[in-house]
Design a protein around this ligand. Structure first.
Ligand SMILES: C[S@@+](CC[C@H](N)C(=O)[O-])C[C@H]1O[C@@H](n2cnc3c(N)ncnc32)[C@H](O)[C@@H]1O
Length: 283
């Protein structure tokens, strides 16, 4: 049914062939992709050990790799709601997970935008034990819309629940932006050399990252999280070199998993991260 409707601005991930290719390249192109899913799932399981069962929500679920890893480890949820604005990504998610997990947990798929409160309106206040977003929230350009999304998350999250966001980190310009762009070049070359994409597909992928990703620094993200009424419980990440000239393929492809970020890194406006994982709770 969701195939009949395409939200405005579904963009790159709704384009022909992108969803079908995604799983074939993502964890080769990001060597710590799988380790990041596993670490987030581990955090969710530990937190849920103490929490009453509630809903699992994944924002911008894509092909559902993160939800699948979480549900593989635990079924301590009352339901799962997976949201994405790309019909084809959501279709792949549904083909993987179906309408129930192995314990009978109902899984719902919501075709819609992160910025539209439609997903949140389907959930009771304080009903979610885990709300997750990976490589997704940087598609929100305006801070006001980002803050609106965080407010919806805060209102739906149980007091003992966990919100995890995992995003690329840099400022929109300046030295950390230059490091991010160098990382995109490294990944772009690798995609073509490894024949994970054609030259034209890789060029479109690069354009999407450079033009449609709206990156934020770690302190900026923390400010938005705290303004929404949540606090950061833990921070992990794959930090990139400070100098663009040191952002090489060797540096990037040797990183195997996120590690704990220090308080200094968390407050560093100029730090670029290939990914940073912030675990948050209601204050
Ligand atoms: C890079 S993929 C990440 C998918 C998945 N979270 C993962 O880690 O593999 C970004 C996903 O977010 C979705 N997305 C981006 N902006 C969105 C928005 N404003 N509303 C809903 N979904 C969005 C895209 O359609 C895509 O499936």
């Amino acid at each position: 049914m969701f195939q009949l409707f395409m939200p405005a601005g579904a963009g790159y991930f709704a384009e022909e062939g992108v969803a079908a290719r995604y799983d074939a390249y993502i964890d080769v192109s990001i060597p710590f992709y799988r380790a990041t899913l596993e670490r987030i799932a581990g955090h969710v399981v530990r937190r849920l050990g103490k929490a009453a069962p509630g809903a699992l929500v994944e924002l911008g679920c894509g092909t559902a790799n993160l939800s699948r890893e979480v549900m593989r480890r635990t079924s301590r949820f009352t339901e799962a709601l997976l949201l994405d604005h790309s019909p084809s990504m959501l279709q792949v998610a549904r083909e993987k997970l179906g309408d129930r997990d192995r314990s009978g947990l109902p899984i719902r798929y919501h075709l819609g935008s992160l910025q539209d409160p439609g997903w949140a309106n389907q959930l009771e206040p304080r009903s979610c034990t885990a709300i997750l977003a990976m490589l997704t929230l940087d598609h929100i350009a305006a801070d006001g819309e980002f803050a609106g999304l965080l407010t919806n998350v805060e209102q739906r999250l149980r007091r003992d629940g966990l919100f995890v966001l995992a995003e690329k980190i840099a400022t929109q310009d300046g030295p950390s932006r230059a490091v991010f762009e160098a990382m995109v070049e490294v990944r772009h070359r690798h995609l073509v050399e490894q024949r994970l994409m054609t030259t034209a597909q890789a060029a479109r992928w690069r354009q999407h990252l450079l033009e449609e990703d709206h990156l934020r620094s770690l302190p900026h993200l923390v400010r938005l999280i705290e303004a929404s009424g949540m606090r950061v419980l833990f921070a992990e990440g794959v930090a990139l070199p400070k100098a663009r000239s040191r952002m090489t393929a060797e540096t990037f492809f040797q990183a195997s998993e996120p590690v704990a970020l220090s308080a200094d890194q968390l407050s560093d406006e100029s730090l670029a991260c290939a990914i940073a994982v912030l675990g948050c709770a209601v204050r």
